[in-house]
Write a new protein. Structure first.
Length: 69
C-alpha cells in the first residue's frame, strides 16, 4: 500500500489575478500549476454587482486568450 499521494494539478482555492497587465502575468503560471481556481477579485474598485462580475470574468477570459496564444 502506498504511503504517498501525488497531486499533479491541484486546485487553487484563493487566487488573486488582479486586473490588466498583472492578470496577464499571473494567469500563465497559475494555469500551468493548477487545474481550477477560485478567483478572489482584490481590485481597486470592488466587485459589488452581477454586471461588474461579468465584466471582470470577461477581462480574465480575454487575458487568458492573450497569454494562451
Amino acid at each position: 500500500m502506498s504511503r504517498f499521494i501525488t497531486l499533479t494539478k491541484p486546485d487553487d482555492w484563493h487566487l488573486h489575478l488582479r486586473d490588466g497587465e498583472m492578470s496577464r502575468r499571473v494567469l500563465p503560471d497559475s494555469a500551468r500549476r493548477f487545474a481550477r481556481a477560485i478567483v478572489m477579485p482584490n481590485l481597486p474598485t470592488p466587485i459589488t454587482t452581477t454586471e461588474l462580475t461579468r465584466q471582470y470574468r470577461q477581462r480574465i477570459s480575454i487575458a487568458n486568450d492573450v497569454v494562451s496564444h
